[in-house]
Design a protein around this ligand. Structure first.
Ligand SMILES: Cc1c2[nH]c(c1CCC(=O)O)Cc1[nH]c(c(CCC(=O)O)c1C)Cc1[nH]c(c(CCC(=O)O)c1C)Cc1[nH]c(c(C)c1CCC(=O)O)C2
Length: 358
């Protein structure tokens, strides 16, 4: 099938009409409809119910006009059938009953068999794709480091004390844990693609905890393996982390099609760091969305002007939509981004876009 989605075309750095846009956490508590559903169901009940999952994944496309949907799920979901007992605490994050800190703990983890273990997720993916038609669905999974950080710490962390300790003191256990998690990430994402996902994003949200030398030594081998296997699926692959200013080049070397940039790094600086061979996705500060529209407009315009005419750019936030975001800001932002041409067909189009942004 030849794709005509501007999001997919931009992933590959090919010409497209307008700058594509979607938002990390575009389904969530900032939406009235989502909050209403959450009064009836827990987050995990919603994520494991194919009809609710379909509804929640598709609504941002229908309400905001974004160019892609992302599966409503969580990076923790595949860990359940692998034998990890966890819950997700509101306003806190995932909490693990028995943290993984030794070779023996590691042996308790079992291999993920996605379709057998999580049939409801793949039923949801098929339903979402059917409902979305030409708009692509992005599948996703957690990256080995970020998953390991939850498994080892037992929950969210500020300084990753136990994670770094295991990584440095027990490098062989660390390597095995990275291998187990990398295998699960690849299996889960491959199954998502088999059932209809047209791109996949790997979330390494907390990778910015590592200096680049440790990233290269302890994480890069597993990420190279992940992208080598995922790229064979012939769909665009996206690699996202936060606090990554000093890691972007090494992250690019692992081989994703698209690199997600957080709001701390100016997008033009990211471009000069990584060169032109990778598509960039980002990177509006999510906190602008809780402000008046003029603030959103000012900050988004700066990004759009930096990337004007770059065929390999997808507009997004630098991290997820906060629950306090004004829904109206998101809607206006999509319209605003769509005023900017993807690859200018001519100078006239580029000039018009510049005029619109003044
Ligand atoms: C680190 C991480 C997690 N989960 C995820 C990451 C990586 C992305 C990132 O860095 O934000 C990934 C994720 N989690 C969720 C999505 C859905 C798709 C989307 O719209 O982007 C995605 C892509 C839904 C969710 N995952 C979660 C929610 C909130 C659940 C609720 O309704 O209470 C949603 C919509 C729960 C969750 N799960 C996790 C956290 C930190 C939280 C938030 C806790 C809170 O603030 O209450 C772990």
């Amino acid at each position: 099938m030849i794709s005509t989605s501007r999001f997919i075309e931009a992933c590959w750095g090919r010409p497209h009409d307008k700058v594509p846009v979607w938002f990390m956490r575009q389904a969530g508590r900032y939406q009235d409809g989502y909050r209403k559903l959450r009064q009836q169901y827990s987050f995990l009940e919603m994520a494991h119910n194919p009809d609710i999952c379909t509804e929640v994944s598709c609504r941002p496309v229908e309400e905001l006009g974004v160019d892609a949907a992302i599966l409503f799920s969580d990076i923790m979901i595949p860990l359940g059938p692998m034998g990890v007992d966890f819950e997700i605490r509101e306003h806190f994050g995932p909490v693990i009953a028995h943290p993984v800190r030794t070779g023996r703990d590691l042996k308790q983890l079992r291999v993920l068999e996605p379709e057998d273990d999580l049939p409801e997720v793949f039923e949801a993916i098929e339903k979402i794709c059917e409902r979305l038609g030409a708009i692509p669905l992005i599948g996703f999974a957690g990256a080995p480091f970020t998953l390991a950080s939850y498994l080892i710490e037992g929950g969210p962390s500020k300084n990753y004390l136990h994670t770094k300790r295991l990584m440095w003191e027990q490098p062989e256990v660390w390597r095995q844990l990275m291998d187990v998690l990398a295998d699960a990430t690849v299996r889960h994402l491959s199954a998502q693609v088999r059932h209809g996902a047209q791109a996949v994003q790997v979330f390494d949200s907390w990778i910015g905890a590592l200096p680049v030398d440790d990233y290269r030594k302890y994480v890069m081998p597993s990420m190279r393996a992940v992208f080598a296997k995922l790229n064979a699926l012939q769909v665009p692959t996206i690699y996202f982390g936060t606090g990554t200013a000093s890691l972007l080049h090494a992250m690019k070397e692992t081989g994703p099609t698209v690199l997600g940039v957080d709001w701390r790094t100016p997008i033009r600086q990211a471009r000069s760091t990584v060169g032109s061979e990778v598509t960039l996705q980002g990177n509006l500060d999510p906190m602008t969305l809780v402000c008046e529209w003029d603030i959103v407009k000012e900050h988004s315009t700066a990004i759009l002007q930096d990337m004007l005419g770059d065929p390999a750019f997808i507009f997004n936030l630098g991290h997820g939509v906060p629950p306090e975001a004004h829904p109206d800001n998101l809607k206006r932002l999509v319209e605003w981004v769509h005023q900017f041409p993807g690859t200018p067909a001519s100078q006239e189009v580029a000039d018009r876009a510049k005029g619109a942004s003044l």
